[in-house]
Design a protein around this ligand. Structure first.
Ligand code: ATR
Length: 279
């Protein structure tokens, strides 16, 4: 019998998760495992989950846009998923839902030698990725300032995170005010600069980019974004988003299989898949 896992979302075709996970299964000789893409329209989430679990032979699934919130009523979300308000990994064996984006992000910061405790961190964005980053940063004792194109969305997000996760040390500001304060680390959680809009940056021109900071860029396609160029030109240090993508996948892999994820294999498969998609 094949142990199936996969990705649900709408659409899912762009994903490189099958490349990462299937390469990992192959490398570990797990020939009875496979990772599949499962497009699911948003209006039939509950029924689809039951079908995958009861008839599809699925052990679990990753969840992507726009289903990360809508799967919540059908699973038992853990503390982290409840706090963020989004599930990205489901285990059908116990019905649990978690969010491995937080682990992926924090693990990748650590792998890059960054300990956010006590750091002044500027988070750009107020969507699901920003929620995971802010939760992880605040739990790691960083001082977080959030800016977002739609400032009210950022305010609502922080109010919710304070209520659900009890986080502290998070404020919302306009970019020009935030840029005048001390910043050690900037985390881009917006989708601005993502392929094909590679000429765009979430850093509004006219606001001077801070000197000598570290930039964590969650966008991984292209490998080097306009925002990364801005940071480098101001003497900054940059980290691209591929590490977070691979590490959130690795965390899901370990949850489903109980085996240590072969990180190097997953990194290499992800890089190759991105190159192939760029052609
Ligand atoms: P995700 O779940 O991946 O974080 P999302 O919920 O769609 O995705 O959030 C995308 C983020 O990118 C938001 O912060 C969004 O800003 P708004 O809240 O104002 O929509 C930000 N974003 C997307 N396109 C943008 C643009 N052209 N300029 C500035 N911010 C943008």
């Amino acid at each position: 019998m094949v142990n199936k896992v996969g990705l649900i979302g709408w659409p899912v075709e762009h994903s490189i998760s099958p490349n990462m996970h299937n390469a990992a299964f192959w490398a570990l000789g797990m020939t009875d495992w496979s990772y599949e893409l499962v497009p699911i329209p948003p209006d039939i989430v509950g029924k689809s989950l039951r079908t995958l679990r009861d008839e599809g032979g699925f052990v679990g699934v990753n969840v992507t846009v726009p289903l990360k919130q809508s799967v919540m009523p059908y699973v038992k979300p853990d503390e982290r998923a409840r706090a963020i308000g989004a599930v990205n990994t489901i285990d059908f064996r116990d019905g649990s839902g978690t969010n491995t984006d937080v682990m992926g992000f924090l693990d990748d910061l650590k792998a890059n030698g960054i300990n956010p405790a006590g750091m002044n961190v500027l988070v750009l964005g107020a969507g699901g990725a920003a929620r995971a980053a802010i939760y992880g940063l605040a739990r790691s004792s960083a001082k977080v300032t959030v800016v977002n194109r739609t400032i009210d969305r950022a305010r609502e997000m922080v109010t919710e995170l304070v209520a659900t996760a009890g986080i502290q040390n998070v404020t919302v500001e306009m970019l020009d005010d935030a840029a005048e304060q001390p910043i050690d680390l900037i985390v881009n959680c917006t989708s601005v600069g993502m392929w094909p809009n590679v000429e765009e940056s979430p850093w509004i021109s006219g606001v001077p980019f801070p000197r000598g900071i570290t930039l964590y860029e969650m966008v991984y396609r292209p490998e080097s974004t306009m925002l990364m160029h801005q940071a480098i030109s101001r003497g900054g240090h940059v980290i691209g988003g591929l590490g977070m993508l691979v590490r959130q996948g690795a965390a899901a892999f370990e949850l489903w299989t109980g085996k240590a994820a072969p990180l190097d294999v997953m990194f290499e498969a992800a890089r190759q898949a991105l190159v192939a998609k760029s052609k």
